[in-house]
Design a protein around this ligand. Structure first.
Ligand code: GAR
Length: 206
């Protein structure tokens, strides 16, 4: 049975698109059962609709009760009975209810080599720091900011004339491949965390 995946997006959804494209191959082993967003009019939701995937949006109005928003998001996602939730450019921190419900099954993708440069501006912060190698990290979400156990990483060389945009675009090329690889692996193998380390088991653990 295919791994059921709910993807959350806040923007253009090119990471989502890489998962949509991958799921047409028989070896992928995962199926996107819904795509949600905190922003109702983003391209990511259009991409899902074009692929015939159910969508929902769940904005967080200014001054709203954040915990109530998180509980409602948890229910919206849970309705689709995901095995894994992928945050693919989802720019809101999920809260306690969400983390409890999907503990160990929420993955996020970050445009830097964690634990360096966590937060909203990973690409910019790495460039400003003057690093020569950066990249992307796919990790299990915990209650910190980009602090969960690392599932996989890919390196990208920083060029002398890089801008934040040029570097981020190159990172996103590797990031898409990385995310597809990790989701395919989660579909094929069981996983658990020992300390900070992800361990991979056989296919019968799921
Ligand atoms: C990706 O680079 C992802 O790592 C980043 O947003 C981009 C989404 O691109 N997410 C974060 O920075 C989360 N902290 P996309 O909308 O084209 O898929």
């Amino acid at each position: 049975m295919a791994l059921r995946v709910v993807v959350l997006v806040s923007g253009s959804g090119t990471l989502l698109q890489s998962l949509i494209d991958a799921q047409s191959g028989p070896e992928f082993g995962a199926r996107i059962v819904a795509v949600g967003s905190d922003r109702p009019a983003v391209e990511g939701l259009d991409r899902a609709r074009q692929a015939g995937i159910p969508t929902f949006s769940h904005p967080l109005p200014k001054g709203a009760d954040r915990a109530a928003w998180d509980r409602a998001l948890t229910e919206l996602v849970a309705d689709h009975q995901p095995d894994v939730v992928v945050l693919a450019g989802f720019m809101k921190l999920v809260g306690a209810a969400f983390l409890e419900k999907f503990s160990g099954r929420i993955i996020n993708s970050h445009p830097a080599l964690l634990p360096s440069f966590p937060g909203m501006h990973g690409t910019r912060d790495a460039l400003d720091h003057g690093v020569k190698i950066t990249g992307s990290t796919v990790f299990l979400v915990d209650d910190g900011v980009d602090s969960g156990a690392i599932l996989d990483q890919a390196a990208v060389r920083v060029l002398d004339d890089d801008t934040v945009d040029s570097l981020h675009e190159r990172i996103k090329i590797t990031e898409r491949e990385l995310l597809v690889r990790v989701v395919a692996r989660m579909a094929a193998q069981s996983w658990w965390v020992e300390g900070r380390k992800i361990c991979w088991g056989g296919s019968d653990g799921r």
